[in-house]
Design a protein around this ligand. Structure first.
Ligand SMILES: [Fe+2]
Ligand SMILES: [Fe+2]
Length: 178
């Protein structure tokens, strides 16, 4: 198995979440309200799975390894663009959390902010994923030997193995914080 395989499998689950977010947006359009718990769950998926687990492997392992190689100007530019999009994802999620918290406290005007931030996610994620699957990952593969690719795959498994522990340790710590 190539190292990019687990990343591409993760993309498929993120795409399914994007479809679910589209459903949430359609429901808001009709009902003019949202269930804040559904937004909490969406944020948890984006933060824990899409950002920490998935972007984490891309940034902390794949991009780190590529930075050691002699990337073409074009690939370097593309990698920077992907990093910027990860940052945009984080900022959007933060704004979504803030809007959801205001909405929960009764500020109905926060609904339009929830909608606009969900729309940003629905708009950029599929394009980001397509860029990685069809352009960046195949190109990135040419900079690494078979051995380097397999070493990266092993590091991916090790990274994933820690995730569930990291998530629940941080949950407990957040409960313990007065
Ligand atoms: Fe990415
Ligand atoms: Fe990705």
């Amino acid at each position: 198995m190539q190292a990019r395989a687990p990343l591409m499998i993760e993309h498929r689950l993120i795409e399914r979440m994007i479809e679910i977010i589209k459903g949430i947006l359609a429901k808001i359009e009709i009902e003019k309200k949202v269930d804040p718990v559904m937004i909490d769950t969406t944020v948890d998926f984006i933060r824990t799975y899409a950002d920490r687990t998935h972007h984490g492997k891309e940034e902390d392992i794949l991009f780190r390894e590529l930075a050691k190689t002699d990337l073409s100007e074009e690939d370097q530019k593309l990698m920077n663009e992907l990093i910027d999009e990860h940052i945009l994802g984080r900022k959007t999620t933060r704004k979504l959390v803030e809007a959801n918290s205001r909405y929960r406290k009764g500020d109905m005007s926060a609904l339009s902010e929830i909608v606009s931030n969900l729309r940003v996610l629905v708009d950029f994620y599929p394009r980001h994923i397509e860029k990685e699957d069809k352009v960046f990952f195949p190109s990135a593969r040419t900079y690494l030997s078979e051995q380097e690719d397999q070493a990266m795959l092993n590091e991916f498994w090790e990274f994933d193995r820690k995730m569930i522990h990291e998530k629940y340790i941080s949950l407990i710590e957040s409960f313990e914080t007065p």
